[in-house]
Write a protein that binds this ligand. Structure first.
Ligand code: BES
Ligand code: MN
Ligand code: ZN
Length: 481
């Protein structure tokens, strides 16, 4: 999508669609008043009214886009309104969309972000789609008085959109294409942005004693990988911040095999690692003034003659032994070693992990909220504030010590399942046993990594890229020098 910021006076192409953002109750004049009167359009959020352009408007068509109450309009409102405008005309056959909205460079920049996010599409495997079914709009003009200010305001948001698209691409890829080594290679390619990337294979992880992560990948012919991504945008020697992602490229459940129905969704089980990769992409793209580490635990969980069995005991890098009661509770086994490695090697200020960890978080919070578990109120507060500001809903969950007994093992230090009650909480308590005395938060994004159908105009159906925006915002607001 080409984005351009244009002054109001610049002639609009007669082949463009013109979208005008209007607020609830805002009166229209002339022929538009008649069109509105003949419809149910009130200017409520998300409404659109598509009319033939009245005489005097040099465009093929005109779309009124409702933006809700004027005093509640904010940058997210601008994104959503612009995204709704795009949705209304994307298949119109027209190539250009021009958006008129309330004045301000920041508003214009967020409208551009809204269109970028809404026009994301994963279509590389569609070989027979007729041209008249493909989106036609490839260029968006945003009307703004100070285009230089809008361009400047959009630069970091364009980096954000690029990072979100990178995450969505990774999450959308099928597991026969995106297996651990391929994921690692795509992350390695980000060195062109200025990131430093190290990849560890199974022999290196064996040497480090990562028996927990390696046990998960042991039934797969695809080699497990650990990707270590560094962004050094801060002062030399400044303690880094760190993000850790669950990257189960496919989760069959292993020997504790999942039912066939819906198993295809488990290609998305690398959404946490995908979000961390996307975040690092954004930090590099906008040259964030921070030192940040991303650790991706990349495995495939398969049933096989060599797969780990229920009841196996593995030794993690921390030295703690784990009884694997259910091979389908594999994400926590991957994270146990990835988290330990991260704190051991980098001594970060804090660690935030992201993981499509439990079905139970969907039962707890539904399809919009991710769960936040943390040993530190300040870090949790920063995450929740950033999530609110970016429109990525997040809810704090408890970490009661008393539930720890649910994961005590009869024969090892810990077991990898705690039963059905509080399944997301016992999963988080399991992770906590691999975190020393540093601020840590775990985001269970099983509920938000993908959406079908989506309910937000800036998120197309499928991979959402959830987490990239909120983490980027938190870094920007709280941790850049
Ligand atoms: N990847 C799944 C969690 C998941 C389930 C994500 C549904 C998205 C949608 C995870 O590895 C898993 O299988 N968790 C089990 C844990 C259980 C065996 C303790 C679960 O949630 O059922
Ligand atoms: Mn699983
Ligand atoms: Zn999983």
């Amino acid at each position: 999508m080409d984005i351009e910021f244009v002054a109001a006076g610049v002639a609009v192409s007669p082949k463009a669609a013109l979208a005008r953002i209007v607020f609830e109750g805002e009166a229209q004049t002339g022929p538009l008043a008649a069109a509105v009167a003949a419809s149910r359009f009130t200017g409520a959020k998300g409404q659109t009214l598509d009319v033939l352009a009245p005489s005097g408007v040099d465009a093929a068509r005109l779309v009124l886009v409702g933006a809700g109450k004027k005093d509640a309009f904010d940058t997210i409102g601008a994104e959503h309104a612009a995204a709704s405008a795009y949705a209304a005309v994307k298949a119109s056959g027209l190539e250009t969309l021009r958006i008129e909205l309330p004045e301000g460079a920041e508003t214009a920049a967020h409208a551009a972000l809204g269109v970028r996010l809404a026009s994301y599409r994963f279509d590389k495997y569609r070989t027979k789609e007729p041209a008249d079914k493909k989106p036609s709009v490839s260029r968006t003009e945003i009307v703004v008085a100070d285009s230089d200010a809008a361009i400047a305001a959009f630069a970091p948001l364009a980096a954000l959109a690029d990072g979100v698209a990178f995450t969505r691409d990774l999450v959308s890829e099928p597991a026969n294409i995106l297996y651990p080594a391929e994921f690692a290679a795509r992350v390695k390619a980000l060195e062109s942005l200025g990131l430093e990337v190290e990849i560890l294979g199974e022999p290196e992880m064996m040497k480090l004693g990562m028996g927990s992560l390696l046990g998960v990948g042991q039934g797969s012919i695809r080699e497990s990988q650990l990707a270590i991504v560094k962004w050094n945008g801060g002062k030399k020697g400044d303690q880094p911040i760190a993000f850790v992602g669950k990257g189960v490229c496919f989760d069959t459940g292993g020997i504790s095999l999942k039912p066939a129905d819906g198993m295809e969704d488990m290609k998305w089980d690398m959404g946490g690692a995908g979000a961390v990769a996307g975040l690092m992409h954004v930090l590099a793209g906008r040259k964030a003034k921070v030192n940040a580490i991303g650790i991706l635990g990349l495995v495939e969980n398969m049933p096989d003659g060599n797969a780990q069995r229920p009841g196996d005991v593995v030794t993690s890098m921390s030295g703690q032994t784990i009884e694997v009661i259910n091979t389908d509770a594999e994400g926590r086994l991957v994270l146990a070693d990835a988290l330990w490695y991260c704190q051991d090697r980098f001594k970060p200020k804090f660690m935030v992990d992201l993981a499509t960890l439990t079905g139970a978080i969907i039962i707890s919070l539904g399809n919009d909220y991710a769960g936040c578990f943390s040993n530190n109120d300040e870090l949790a507060g920063n995450l929740l504030a950033a999530a609110g500001a970016e429109g990525e809903p997040l809810w704090r969950m408890p970490l009661p010590d008393a539930y720890n007994k649910q994961i005590d093992s009869m024969i090892a230090d810990v077991k990898n399942t705690g039963g059905r009650p509080g399944g997301s909480i016992t999963a988080a308590l399991f992770l906590k046993r691999f975190v020393n005395d540093l601020p840590w938060a775990h985001l269970d994004i099983a509920s938000t990594a993908w959406k079908k159908p989506s309910t937000v105009p800036t998120i197309p159906d499928g991979a959402t890229g959830y987490g990239v925006r909120l983490l980027n915002r938190m870094v920007q607001d709280k941790y850049e020098s």
